[in-house]
Design a protein around this ligand. Structure first.
Ligand code: RB5
Length: 141
């Protein structure tokens, strides 16, 4: 299950991402926000992070204007490895090397077409389980 959340700045792109996930028949749950009314990105980072920490979701997608605030907020949890990606190379590498469990994107940074490709890359790429990467991730916590 994929947990998805955004603030008001990410709301429009989140709608496009959810339509894309629906078309791919991927299961997801929207943790808000549910309109373009101004709101605070830490609230949605928290909701998606908790879904992963509690095991309700395997992966998360978080979107705000830049992707920066919402990824900073999610990464305050030691169980969360949120990667802010604006390109497919980073989305692939962060799954292979960092076993990132949340993809963060900036709706004011990436266009919809690129964002959907980043989502696909992130969701389709598995962690490498390379011993170097496992060791480095263990040092994060
Ligand atoms: C909202 O205006 C904006 O500050 C927020 O979406 C995000 O970009 C913060 O990092």
């Amino acid at each position: 299950m994929i947990a998805i959340g955004s603030d008001h700045a990410g709301y429009g792109l989140k709608q496009a991402v959810m339509k894309h996930l629906e078309e791919k028949e991927l299961e997801f749950k929207d943790y808000g926000t549910y309109s373009e009314a101004s709101c605070d990105y830490p609230d949605f980072a928290e909701a998606v992070s908790q879904a992963i920490i509690k095991g309700e979701a395997d992966r998360g997608i978080l979107i705000c204007g830049t992707g920066i605030g919402i990824s900073i907020a999610a990464n305050r949890h030691r169980e969360i490895r949120a990667a802010l990606c604006g390109d497919c190379f980073s989305a692939k590498a962060t799954r292979e090397h960092n076993d990132a469990n949340i993809l963060a994107m900036g709706a004011r940074v990436v266009g919809e077409g690129l964002a959907l490709q980043i989502v696909d890359t992130f969701l389709e790429t598995e962690f490498s389980h390379g011993p170097n990467h496992v060791r480095r991730i263990s040092k994060l916590s």
